[in-house]
Ligand binder design. Structure first.
Ligand code: PMP
Length: 437
């Protein structure tokens, strides 16, 4: 058995005290606050490969990977070299640069239906801009989303969202005007009859359906066979756009994201895609893109306005390009191996200790539900033992494994998770299962 770290974390506690004075809740993104699992978030000082080191000098296997971007592990030498080179040539020019063109070319070359992209600074900006574009293109205002899907903190998309909104059990957010939320219809995920009924009633008002390509923000709940086809069929029948949000799955589930795994939906590709996380390699860059005919509606070509002082930033673009270029077939094989090893350990230990659980997959992306039986929707995902998850989370943390601090999140691995990191994680899973049984 591993000797656990002490329960307290003095250096992080001290930093959190300082942070709370000047930052609401002491964090710059709510899911970092440990609110649903309790305790003090660990302030990290540095990271390398699969490892994080906190302010108390303790080492952790990182299973958050910055919530997805660090697919190559931390401080990958190719990415570090590209960033250093780019930074040495200046940080931001406010003019077009070759680096952003190269990053756009790389994305377009990987995801076949994407003919053009616009680079932005976060996944939120990508989905927000894709919605505006879809509304501008169709001249309609209603947007359809699915319960449990998170698309960033866009007003129109915060209704029944997953991720932090689910973690804090908020139905929606305060501060979103009724006029914004009123244009959003939320449907249960994987429910084709509900989709067909809505379109039969209001099809001519609907600008777009936005979906996570394979949801990861209510835990991993992949589309059932035929669901993506149905989304495509129904939107085409009613001249609405289909937006596939690949911020989490993009370049992680395969070279071409979830699209590369599931293949072309019957009826054709989604009209728009959104990307983030991996394509920025840990820097704030993201994108939305799709058919050239739709993208031509964007300023300066067309009437839909969208802009950004730092969009296409050369340092961020260099990081993203170097990351994508280093994602080889071997990278994806290693992600599979690491995920299989960790999920296998969970199955074995949880079964041995009689802990109800369910593991679900989208490619190498997986999550562990603290319940039994298939999870098809947000309602299913909510019916899990959150209290036991919280205890498991802390048991793992004390054994040097940093999980996402919520049972609604995927466990993210990297290709830098070598044998030692995997062994530490597996030993921690076994001991932690015994502790929470
Ligand atoms: N879409 C999806 C599918 C996401 O997972 C996220 C972030 N977890 C976002 C959009 C928002 O991205 P960001 O946090 O960069 O704004």
């Amino acid at each position: 058995p591993v000797t656990p770290y002490p329960l307290d974390a003095p250096a992080s506690e001290q930093l959190l005290g300082r942070a709370r004075q000047v930052i609401p809740g002491g964090v710059n993104s709510p899911v970092r606050a440990f609110r649903s699992v309790g305790g003090t978030p660990r302030f990290m000082e540095r990271a390398h490969g699969p490892w994080l080191w906190d302010a108390d000098g303790r080492r952790y296997v990182d299973l958050v990977c910055s919530w997805g971007p660090m697919i190559l592990g931390h401080a990958h030498p190719d990415v570090l070299a590209a960033v250093t080179q780019a930074a040495g040539e200046g940080f931001s020019f406010g003019t077009p640069t070759a680096r952003e063109v190269a990053l756009a070319e790389e994305i377009v070359s990987r995801v076949e239906p994407v003919e053009q992209v616009r680079l932005v600074n976060s996944g939120t900006e990508a989905t927000m801009s894709a919605l505006r574009l879809a509304r501008g293109f169709t001249g309609r205002s209603v947007v359809v989303k699915f319960a449990g899907c998170y698309h960033g903190h866009v007003d129109a998309l915060l209704a029944q969202a997953g991720s932090g909104v689910a973690t804090f059990a908020l139905p929606d957010s305060a501060g979103v005007p009724q006029s914004a939320a009123g244009e959003t219809v939320v449907l249960p995920y994987n429910d084709v009859p509900a989709l067909e009924q809505l379109f039969a009633e209001r099809g001519d008002q609907i600008a777009a359906v936005i979906t996570e390509a394979a949801p990861g923000n209510m835990g991993v709940v992949p589309p059932e066979p035929g669901f993506t086809d149905a989304l495509r069929r129904v939107t085409l029948e009613h001249d609405a756009l289909l937006i596939s949000d690949e911020v989490m799955t993009g370049f992680r589930c395969s070279r071409a994201g979830w699209f590369g795994l599931e293949g072309m939906p019957q009826g054709g590709a989604p009209d728009l895609f959104t990307f983030g996380k991996v394509m920025g390699g840990g820097f704030p860059t993201a994108a939305f893109g799709g058919r050239a005919e739709v993208m031509a509606m964007l300023a300066p070509e067309g009437p839909v306005y969208q802009a950004g002082t730092l969009s296409g930033n050369p340092v961020a673009s260099a990081a993203g390009l170097a990351t994508l270029q280093a994602c080889t077939d071997q990278t994806y094989r290693r992600l599979d191996q690491v995920s299989q090893a960790l999920a296998g350990a969970v199955t074995e230990s949880f079964t041995r200790h009689g802990i109800p659980h369910r593991i679900q997959w989208a490619g190498s992306m997986f999550s562990v539900f603290f319940r039994e039986g298939a999870v098809r929707s947000y309602t299913d995902a909510q019916a899990q033992d959150q209290e036991r998850f919280a205890r498991f989370f802390h048991a793992m943390l004390r054994r040097g494994v940093h999980l996402p601090p919520s049972c609604y999140e995927a466990w993210f691995v990297s290709a830098a998770h070598g044998d030692e990191a995997v062994e530490v994680a597996i030993a921690a899973i076994e001991d932690s299962a015994a502790e929470v049984a």
